[in-house]
Design a protein around this ligand. Structure first.
Ligand code: FAD
Length: 470
C-alpha cells in the first residue's frame, strides 16, 4: 500500500457518518481511503421522513434512502454493509467488526464514531416486541413493521408525548386509528415546552381525536389474546392492539467499552470543538456524541439531524486537513474547523399547525432569572384569514438578550424559529429584533410579523420594568 495514503474508518453510515466520509474524500482526494462500517443494509437514510411514509405521503420506502451503489462508486470509498463494529483498540489503531463473512479487523489512521442512538424501551415492556405488538422506531425496518402492525390494528397507544409520537399520531389518525398518547410528565413535546403551549397543543391533539393521558405511569403490561393491557398506577387501565414507545434515545456507544474513549454522563462521546475524542486519531459526530449548547455552554446530547450532518462534515474536513498535512510532511498544528454550538432548534407538524423551539426555555440561566413573554399574534391579515394565529413565547434575560423562543400555530409560521435561532446565536436583544427590517406582503404575514411583534412586546415590558426601577 502507498504509505502516503491514510485510512479513515467511519463507523455508522447515516447522517454523521456519510457526511464525514464524503467530506473527507472531497477535501483529501487521493490521500484518504475511507471504509464505512454500517450495521444495517443501507446507508444515508431519512429517518425524519419515516412518519410521512406511514402517513402515505411517501409512497415508496426506497425514496427514504440513498442507493448504496452510488456511494460505492465514489473513488476511495468502501462500504461494509450488515457489518457491526464490536470493539475499538486505540493503541493498535484497529476496529473489530462482525460482518456477513464473520469477524473482520480494519486498520485505521483516523476513525469516526457515528453510531447514533437507539430508542429506549421501558423496563415494564420487558421482552415484548413487534411480535407482541410493541414497537420502537429507529430504522426503515421498524417503520415497515409499524406499518404492517397498524394495518391489523384498530387502536394504538403511543407511549411518550414527544416529537416523534406527535408525528406518528398524525399518520395514525389519517389511517383512521384510535390513538391514545400517554406520558409520565405533565407535558406534551417535552418538559421544555411552556405550559401555555402544552395546554394548546393538548387541545389541538384532542380536536383531531387523540386521547391524551398525561401524568400516567405504566405499572404493568400484559398480553392477553390479541390485546395489550396496560395498567397505570392508580389502577386505571387501557387496552390496545398495539403500542409504539417514543420515550427517548440512548447513545449507541456500548461497543466502545474498554476502548478508553471517554463518554459523558448520558453515554455520549466527549469531544473537543474539532470533534476529536480523547483517543489520538479518533473523532466523533452525530447523535452518539456531545455538542456544546450555544446558550448554557454545557456539553449536551442533541439528537437532531442538522447537528448530526454538520458535526460529521466538520469531523470529515478536519480529518482531511490532518491527512493532507501528514502527506505533505507538514508538522502540526494544522488549522482545524470548529463545530458551532447547537441550540436544539426543532420543529414538528400537527396537521396544519406546528410547534417549534430553539435555545434555552428554562427559568434560571446560571442563576439569572429568565422571563418568558407570551403573546398571540395574527399570522395573516384578517381580510385574508381571520383564524390564522400563532402563539409565541420568548425567553429573555434582564438586559433583553433573547435566550429561547417557542411558537405554536400556523404551520407556515414555524420557520420563523430560524430568525430567533440566528438572534440567539448572535446574542441579540429583543429591541434589535423588533427593529429588524423584515419583509411584508399580505399573503405572508401582517406588517409586524409574529416574530417581531412579540419581540416588540418584550422590549416594552423590559422598558416598563426599567422605568419602575425593577
Ligand atoms: C422517526 C424519526 C424522526 C425524526 N425526525 C427528525 C426531524 O424531523 N428533525 C430532526 O432534526 N431530527 C429528526 N430525527 C433525528 C435524526 O434522524 C437523527 O438526529 C439523525 O439521524 C442522527 O444521525 P446519526 O448519523 O448521528 O445517527 P443515526 O442516524 O442513528 O445513524 C447511526 C448509524 O450507525 C449504525 N450503527 C450503530 N451501531 C453500529 C455499530 N456498532 N457498527 C456499525 N454501525 C452501527 C446504525 O445502523 C445507523 O445506521 C428523527 C429521528 C427519527 C427516528
Amino acid at each position: 500500500m502507498n504509505s502516503s495514503i491514510k485510512k479513515l474508518v467511519v463507523v455508522g453510515g447515516d447522517a454523521a457518518g456519510m457526511s464525514a466520509a464524503v467530506q473527507a474524500l472531497r477535501s483529501a482526494p487521493g490521500t484518504l481511503e475511507v471504509d464505512v462500517v454500517e450495521a444495517g443494509g443501507i446507508v444515508s437514510y431519512a429517518a425524519c421522513g419515516m412518519p410521512y411514509f406511514l402517513a402515505g405521503r411517501v409512497t415508496d420506502v426506497s425514496l427514504l434512502h440513498a442507493d448504496p451503489a452510488e456511494f460505492s462508486r465514489l473513488p476511495g470509498l468502501t462500504l461494509h454493509l450488515n457489518t457491526r463494529a464490536v470493539s475499538l483498540d486505540g493503541e493498535k489503531k484497529q476496529v473489530c467488526c462482525q460482518g456477513p463473512q464473520g469477524a473482520v479487523v480494519l486498520d485505521w489512521d483516523y476513525l469516526l464514531i457515528a453510531t447514533g442512538t437507539r430508542p429506549v424501551s421501558l423496563p415494564v415492556f420487558d421482552r415484548l416486541g413487534p411480535a407482541e405488538g410493541v414497537y420502537t422506531l429507529r430504522s426503515i425496518g421498524d417503520i415497515l413493521a409499524i406499518q404492517a402492525g397498524a394495518a391489523d390494528s384498530r387502536s394504538v397507544v403511543l407511549v411518550g408525548a414527544g416529537f416523534i409520537s406527535v408525528e406518528l399520531a398524525e399518520a395514525l389518525v389519517r389511517m383512521g386509528k384510535q390513538v391514545t398518547m400517554v406520558d409520565i410528565i405533565p407535558f406534551v413535546l417535552g418538559p421544555a415546552t411552556h405550559p401555555v403551549l402544552v395546554k394548546k397543543m393538548k387541545t389541538l391533539l384532542e380536536q383531531k381525536g387523540v386521547r391524551v393521558l398525561l401524568e400516567r405511569t405504566i405499572q404493568k403490561v400484559e398480553k392477553k389474546k390479541d390485546r395489550i393491557h396496560l395498567t397505570f398506577y392508580g389502577e386505571e387501565t387501557l387496552e390496545t392492539d398495539m403500542v409504539v414507545q417514543g420515550v427517548g434515545v440512548r447513545p449507541e456507544t456500548g461497543w466502545l467499552e474498554g476502548s478508553g474513549v471517554r463518554l459523558g454522563s448520558g453515554g455520549a462521546v466527549e469531544v473537543d470543538p474539532f470533534r476529536r475524542t480523547n483517543v489520538e486519531g479518533v473523532f466523533a459526530g452525530g447523535d452518539a456524541s456531545q455538542y456544546t449548547h450555544g446558550v448554557t455552554g454545557e456539553a449536551v446530547m442533541m439528537p437532531l439531524a442538522l447537528p448530526a450532518n454538520r458535526s460529521g462534515r466538520v469531523a470529515g474536513e478536519n480529518i482531511a486537513r490532518l491527512a493532507n498535512a501528514r502527506k505533505d510532511g507538514k508538522s502540526e498544528p494544522v488549522e482545524l474547523e470548529a463545530m458551532p454550538p447547537v441550540l436544539g432548534t426543532a420543529m414538528v407538524q400537527w396537521f396544519d399547525q406546528a410547534y417549534a423551539r430553539t435555545g434555552f426555555t428554562g427559568d434560571k440561566l446560571h442563576g439569572a432569572t429568565v422571563t418568558h413573554v407570551v403573546d398571540t399574534a395574527k399570522a395573516l391579515p384578517e381580510y385574508l384569514d381571520d383564524s390564522a394565529k400563532t402563539d409565541v413565547v420568548l425567553s429573555i434575560l434582564k438586559d433583553g438578550r433573547l435566550v429561547g423562543a417557542q411558537m405554536l400555530g400556523e404551520k407556515s409560521e414555524a420557520k420563523r424559529i430560524d430568525f430567533f435561532a440566528l438572534a440567539i446565536g448572535q446574542g441579540l436583544d429583543v429591541k434589535t429584533l423588533y427593529n429588524t427590517d423584515t419583509g411584508y406582503a399580505p399573503p405572508f404575514s401582517v406588517v409586524y410579523n409574529t416574530g417581531i411583534k412579540t419581540a416588540g412586546k418584550a422590549a416594552v415590558l423590559l422598558q416598563n420594568k426599567k422605568n419602575r426601577g425593577e
